[in-house]
Ligand binder design. Structure first.
Ligand SMILES: [Zn+2]
Length: 183
C-alpha cells in the first residue's frame, strides 16, 4: 500500500503520526511525507483535521480533501502538472485519515495505532525541531515534548495501549472503507 502524509509544517507529521508512518514502512508500505501537496500520490492519505487550531493546517486539510477528489476526474488529466497521476490517468479514489490536533483539542479518534514500543524515538524525532521547542516554550509557555508524550499517553488510555496515536477517518461519500488501513 502507498501512504501519503500531508502536513502543513515539517514538524506536524512527527507530532501526530510519526510512529504510525514508521510502522507502515516496517510492514512494507511506500510512505511519502510532504507538506502542502495536491494529494494525488497515495492510497491513503493522512492530513490535518479540518478543525485544527491554525489557519495553515485547516487550509491544507481542505486542499487535500478537494485535490483527492478532483484528481479522480478525467478532465483534470488535461493539466497533468497540476492534478493527474504520473501516468496521466486520473487518480483513484482514496481514503483520508485526519491526524490528531495539537493537544487533542476537539478531536475524537475513530482508530488508534499502538506506539508504546517507540515512544522514546518519537520524542527524539520531535526534539530535532529545536526552533519549534523554543517557539512553543516562549509563545505558548509549554514543554512541547512533554505535551506530545502526555497526549500520546492519553490516546493510549483510550485503546488499552501505553502510548498511541489517534486518527479519524474522513466519512465523506466515497471515502469510507471496510478495511483497516492503518498499521
Ligand atoms: Zn504545523
Amino acid at each position: 500500500m502507498n501512504v501519503l502524509a500531508i502536513g502543513c509544517h515539517p514538524d506536524d507529521a512527527k507530532i501526530a503520526c510519526a510512529v504510525t508512518l514508521a510502522k507502515c514502512v516496517k510492514r512494507g508500505d511506500k510512505v511519502i511525507v510532504c507538506y502542502v501537496s495536491t494529494g494525488n500520490l497515495g492510497h491513503v492519505i493522512i492530513t490535518h483535521n479540518p478543525d485544527d487550531y491554525m489557519p495553515n493546517h485547516t487550509a491544507v486539510s481542505r486542499l487535500v480533501f478537494d485535490a483527492s477528489f478532483t484528481a479522480t476526474l478525467p478532465n483534470y488529466t488535461d493539466y497533468p502538472h497540476v492534478y493527474s497521476s504520473n501516468d496521466g490517468e486520473p487518480a483513484k479514489l482514496v481514503s483520508i485519515y485526519y491526524m490528531d490536533t495539537l493537544a487533542g483539542v476537539n478531536f475524537n479518534p475513530s482508530e488508534h495505532v499502538d506506539i508504546s514500543d517507540v515512544i522514546d524515538l518519537k520524542i527524539q524525532m520531535l526534539e530535532c525541531h529545536e526552533s519549534q521547542l523554543v517557539w512553543m516554550r516562549e509563545h505558548d509557555v509549554i514543554d512541547f515534548a512533554d505535551m506530545v508524550k502526555t497526549c500520546s499517553r492519553y490516546r493510549g488510555y483510550q485503546c488499552g495501549a501505553e502510548y498511541a496515536e489517534g486518527f479519524r477517518q474522513c466519512q465523506a461519500y466515497l471515502k469510507g472503507t471496510t478495511k483497516r488501513l492503518l498499521p
